[in-house]
Design a protein around this ligand. Structure first.
Ligand code: NAP
Length: 344
């Protein structure tokens, strides 16, 4: 059994890790931290987990207990993994970080977007960006994995085939993305209140969102050159889900884009290219570690529209983190992750 620690067990991605790992035959959660709920039994806080984690209670983060685990997930705000990851890696523990701490390769760029100095620039060389559809071989060898963000996962998986094939005008990409409110985490905030977020929809951070440099970094690597991206996130009145509507122009309108997408993802267990003409729904991936994609070229013109949906807490966070765990420990990548989405 793989001995697992989770830092930040009371947040939405933390409890989603617990839900997924409860079904994982090779992983056992030994340590789960929360500073505010230390001493509280996991099942008392999250009754959906009753019967799965008997005897497990939240504890304050302790590097000795965490360092005795085979792997530690960080489901914490940015900056926390910076402070603790080095010590755990030195103890021989693998680190899978769900925050943005190690996603950007450039520490100066990170400091610009996160408004504080990068706390562990010396670890960046060894950090692997945990998007299995791009970096599977590197993930196998990794000790420190940066799990991609939710918008970045939906957007990159949607654009990758076009950019890798050199078909799109990489200088004018548009990502129009919608997120459910759980994307903002469990912390109390006025904007996440039912009466504020319900029955309404709005764009935010149009000037520049923290996920922009992460998406740009991945798309630049896929295209092999600089790219131009306009990324507009929206908040929508649903609990889970990301819907990315992606736009790119192509010079060659004769390319068979459906075939291109099907071929690119033919061997990917968690990317589902839907039949031509489809409109994937966020509810079809709710609770499932799947990115569902459809590619369109309206009226046969040169503008390609890609629709890409994920559950922000699963393929956009905790499910992808478990997928990385499976890869790094040499297990079947689908282990504990093969359930279908919740519908309706
Ligand atoms: N929500 C999403 O859809 C999503 C998707 C992808 C990635 N992410 C990223 O995943 C991370 C966690 O997100 P979330 O939505 O689960 O957040 P959250 O609901 O706000 O939970 C944060 C967790 O971290 C703990 N924590 C906070 N400050 C800490 C500190 N200084 N030291 C140790 N523990 C601390 C909190 O517990 P205590 O305060 O009790 O210790 C809590 O359990 C974030 O970096 C987020 O950007 C989130």
């Amino acid at each position: 059994m793989i001995k697992v620690g989770i830092v930040g067990g009371t947040g939405y991605t933390g409890v989603e890790l617990l839900r997924l790992l409860a079904q994982h035959p090779q992983a056992e959660v030994a340590v789960i931290t929360s500073r505010s709920e230390a001493g509280v039994a996991v099942a008392d806080m999250y009754p959906n987990l009753r019967g799965h984690y008997d005897g497990l209670a939240f504890s304050v983060p302790d590097s000795k207990a965490l360092g005795a685990c085979d792997v530690v997930f960080f489901a914490t705000p940015h900056g926390v993994a910076h402070a603790l990851a080095g010590e755990l890696l030195a103890a021989g523990t693998k680190v899978i970080d769900l925050s943005a701490d190690f996603r950007l390769q450039d520490a100066v760029e990170w400091a610009k977007w996160y408004g504080q100095p990068h706390g562990a620039p010396d670890l960046l060389d060894g950090a692997v960006y945990g998007l299995p559809e791009v970096n599977r071989d590197k993930i196998r060898q990794a000790r420190l994995i940066a799990v991609p963000g939710c918008y970045p996962t939906a957007t990159q998986l949607g654009f990758l085939p076009l950019l890798e094939a050199g078909l799109a005008d990489a200088s004018r990409l548009i990502a129009d993305c919608k997120s459910g409110v759980s994307g903002a985490g469990r912390g109390a905030a006025v904007g996440s209140l039912f009466c504020e977020a319900g029955e309404s929809m709005k764009a935010y951070a149009v000037k520049g969102h923290r996920h922009l440099p992460e998406i740009s970094q991945g798309l630049r690597l896929a295209a092999g050159k600089d790219i131009g991206l306009t990324f507009v996130p929206h908040l929508t009145p649903m609990i889970r889900g990301i819907h990315a509507t992606l736009y790119a122009t192509v010079a060659d309108t004769s390319a068979d884009l459906q075939a291109l997408y099907e071929k690119r993802y033919a061997n990917e267990p968690f990317v589902d290219v839907m039949p031509a003409g489809s409109h994937p729904e966020t509810r079809s991936v709710r609770g499932a570690n799947v990115c569902r994609i459809a590619v369109h070229r309206p009226q046969g013109g040169d503008l390609v529209v890609v629709l890409s949906v994920i559950d922000n807490l699963v393929k956009g966070a905790s499910g992808q983190a478990v997928q990385n765990l499976n890869i790094v420990f040499g297990l079947d990548e689908r282990m504990g992750l093969s359930h279908a989405g919740l519908l309706p």
